[in-house]
Design a protein around this ligand. Sequence first.
Ligand code: SR1
Ligand code: MG
Length: 408
Amino acid sequence: MSRFSAYFLMSSSDVIEFVKEKLTIFKSDAELTCKEIGDGNLNYVFRVVDAKYGNSVIVKQAGHTARISDEFKLSTERIRIESNVLQLQDQLSPGLVPTVYLFDEVMGCCVMEDLSDHTIMRTALLNNEKFPAFADHITTFMVQNLLLTSDVVMEHKEKKRLVQNYINTELCEITEDLVYTEPFYDQNNRNELTSGNEEWIRSTIYNDEELKLETAKLKFSFMNHAQALLHGDLHTGSIFITKNSTKVIDPEFAFYGPMGYDIGNVVANLFFAWANGRAHGNSEFRAWIEKTIEQVIDLFQEKFLAQWDKHVTELTAKQQAFKEWYLQEVLSDTAAVTGLELIRRIVGLAKVKDITSITDSDLRIEAERICLTAAISFIKKRSAFKNGKDFIATIKEAEKMVKGSKVM
Ligand code: SR1
Ligand code: MG
């Protein structure tokens, strides 16, 4: 009987045995080595390499708790969601996700293409690398996967079946808590405030009643607006990149939610790279990030409108004014989520290296305040955002405000 007929958390040597038993990719005389390379918050990621013939695969296994903390008790259902979503995204946006070779329900794992010739985008951005094709690739990814899974395009019963199939209770709860709730409340949270910034955050975030009201509205929209099949965690750590290739990974948080959740995550995480570049005095890199953010917003809109005209099937959505209204709602949500992500990664439990790696305490405090000041505007003034330039103007304005009120 197979050792893999009941779930257990695999070691590197178990993974070698597993791929030998389950895959036909490796020859019988392959010389396999395996290393755990995961650095995400949730799962275990193994790279299996055949030293003899040069083939390699990635095996991703879900555990029953999150890697970041045992406090998060989870089922392995998320890996089914991830495997299925990757396969759907491969159809809707070919070339922009890794190929899935196998999903194993018993072991709670997914075997997929090894992208070791790519770099995790967050790491590359921290090295101030630029990626001229990124805005084009990521906007194609988002327009294809968001618009084509929405009611604008899909037959409505079929779309509802997808909504059902991608109910993702546990991972949505993580987002509801870590993104939409805890960062705004001084109690019942797992927040970690940077030393020297505690008082500023208390008075600027925790004590802002208007901010609490707006984020409550946004939380209920996240939970109830089944607009499109989201990636659900589209930050720069979920993107593998080279100069001419972009591969989006890790869609385990996927579910039907508001489109702006994905777009806002991309924009906020580019702003984190901007804040890191600023703290290290790299103005050329910062200018590239600004241009990229503008392109992400503007190209998204351009492609969205073109694809809408090409694919719209819903009669009531064929009105020009409805299309414009719909896109403006997506843009407002995008601005709001940009703000939410900026706040939760600074105030909340799950941090980003772009900020935590700023070793000079004053520079880190300043970077955090600029991001948080901009974030509040993104949330409160979300319906005023019309184009990429508006997003850049907001961070510039925040930069001026923080510089002008410098009492640290
Ligand atoms: C307990 S998981 C913490 C964070 O890591 C994931 O990448 C998501 O962003 C989540 O919020
Ligand atoms: Mg992830």
